[in-house]
Design a protein around this ligand. Sequence first.
Ligand SMILES: Nc1nc2c(ncn2[C@@H]2O[C@H](COP(=O)(O)OP(=O)(O)OP(=O)(O)O)[C@@H](O)[C@H]2O)c(=O)[nH]1
Ligand SMILES: [Mg+2]
Length: 390
Amino acid sequence: MAKNLFSGLFKRKDKEDGGDGPEEPSVPTQEAEPPEPSEPEVPLASEPPEEPETPPAPEPAAEEPAPAPEPAQAEPEPAPKKEGWFSRLARGLSKSSSRLSDGVAAIFTQRTLDQETLDELEELLITADLGVKAAERITDALAQDKFDKEISDEEVRAALAAEVADTLKPLEKPLAPDPDRKPHVILMVGVNGSGKTTTIGKLARKFKDEGRSVMLAAGDTFRAAAIEQLAAWGERSGAPVIARDVGADAAGLAFDALKQAQATGTDVLIIDTAGRLQNKTALMDELAKIVRVLKKIDDTAPHDVALVLDATVGQNAVSQAQAFSDIAGVTGLVMTKLDGTARGGVLVALADKFALPIHFIGVGESVDDLQPFEADSFARALAGVGAAAV
Ligand SMILES: Nc1nc2c(ncn2[C@@H]2O[C@H](COP(=O)(O)OP(=O)(O)OP(=O)(O)O)[C@@H](O)[C@H]2O)c(=O)[nH]1
Ligand SMILES: [Mg+2]
């Protein structure tokens, strides 16, 4: 069974349109493919599984129409092996930046800055998901300096990059475990297919490379594939994985995992959870229960609640951030799949509304495409301003 489950766990391109439910995984990717597990992970406790709940419904996370189908395999040419960090980012954000750059070029070719152009620009920024507040700030800043003067599209893009960087800079925050906590508990939450488990794999490897001991908890107990997927990441990074059988109570598992991490003096415990739509009350309650039971052991836990958002859902990310914050006290964001959408500007709208730290952004399927968030580079890449500028 394990073998079949592994074939393709890390590549579900069919979800690129906005988080459609847990369809069959497709062909495995070259880089992100984990090794096969030698043994299934040891189930921890023998507690009888509580009544298994219905698995998360396979419906789209987005309420609004998904962006036009943009097949992730559109660019057949393989990426150069040693592509620079910024160019990787810029390539990942190219759909969003083209939309903005093309729009800006269309508005500002040989124009003086008047009210009409400002209105057009504001509308462009709003439709590119940056949000009303940011759109106003950007147009106000331009109006102040350049009203009735000639302005080039480069200048507009530079102003856009500067404003986006200013907005996001205070939120640039790596996910850094507190060395005084044993363990520092990180809970990963988000809707189906947003990239939680992949992010955990990346984090586990990063923390191990930093010399920390890491334990993973397979809190997505709905699907055998999810447990196997985490087990593979654990094996890859040398982190023990606490798992139970499919259908087991996720909160019970989280409880046991924290006990075990304490007993073994583990530095970081990362808890995976099942994807759940923010409007599914029963599933959201389960998440609240996980948080509650962790607090029974350590009332400061979980120390990080990272919400993983799929950028392709656009403005629906705002409602996800609200719902997950209400139920689980989100402390930071990871935004994945920026490469699959022109709606990357939504990160700016989220920043304006929630001011949550942004830990990572994902700009591609490979584990190396999950990059620590850097406001300046993100802003430049989004606005289509070159690496050297701003
Ligand atoms: N194109 C692209 N794909 C990504 C990115 N991040 C994750 N993915 C892919 O998205 C798919 C789902 O990732 P997972 O980590 O399994 O997502 P999850 O949130 O754990 O999903 P569930 O457990 O089903 O809720 C995988 O195929 C990943 O390779 C990204 O930044 N860009
Ligand atoms: Mg998962």
